[in-house]
Design a binder for this molecule. Sequence first.
Ligand SMILES: [Fe+2]
Length: 281
Amino acid sequence: MVLGKGLYIKKYQVYSPKLPLSFDGFRFIFISDLHGKKYGKNNTKLLEMIYKAKPDCILIGGDMVVGGISRRCKEGYRPLSKETVNTSIDLIAELTPKYTVIHALGNHEEKLHPALWDEYKSKLKELNVKLLDNEKFSFHRENDDCIDIYGLSLGKENYPKFRRNKLSLDSVEEKLGAKGGNYTILMAHSPLYFETYSRWKADLTLSGHLHGGIMRLPLVGGVIGPDFFIFPKYSGGFYTENGSNMIVSCGAGTHTINLRVFNPPEITLVELKFGEKLHGN
Ligand SMILES: [Fe+2]
């Protein structure tokens, strides 16, 4: 149930003097935490919003599906998991003929039943999706200009409930290596480790996971995170630390607690700009 307005596009412009000039004005849609939700038959409303935004590519920050293992179901997973995999694939199949689609993993992809994960991966491969499981994709433009896009798979141990975890810089470097000299976008599903991402020197981190904190209060932001801590620091919006920026999507869907109060589902449109000014709206 959504109290307040429905799905909308949240827009940001992000400035950096490190951005190659040929990427000035580069636009991408960032989708996170859809969890198999449909907006219109076959997600036509969501697709129309994307087409209208005229992005240069699509970035997916994970949790497109609902994961989990079920001993009660003979396949080993709930039918809901399979449905969300199908919904995600159907949506992505509409996008790949028009756009480069780059997909990082959320905690729900990481906890999909192995058979379902293999099925999801092979369908993404057929669709020529760049699946970044601790990998890098370099997006090239003319004059050999490029920006680097990384997908960090945090591992199940970094999504604890009822307690907070620390993520070391070493563990990020072990998975991704040291950051290179290009302008770098890091897709890392949980925003809770922003300090570490900033020390890795990500220019722009894209996260989700907290679903905006289920309910949003003016001046406060999100109320509760999936780890059951109240008033999470990075529940949704634009953040800066150590010269590094982060955009946290409030997410496009829900699961388990199907409630969003004054916390509309969102997809995100980001425009990269060459220069010093930094702001979100
Ligand atoms: Fe999620």
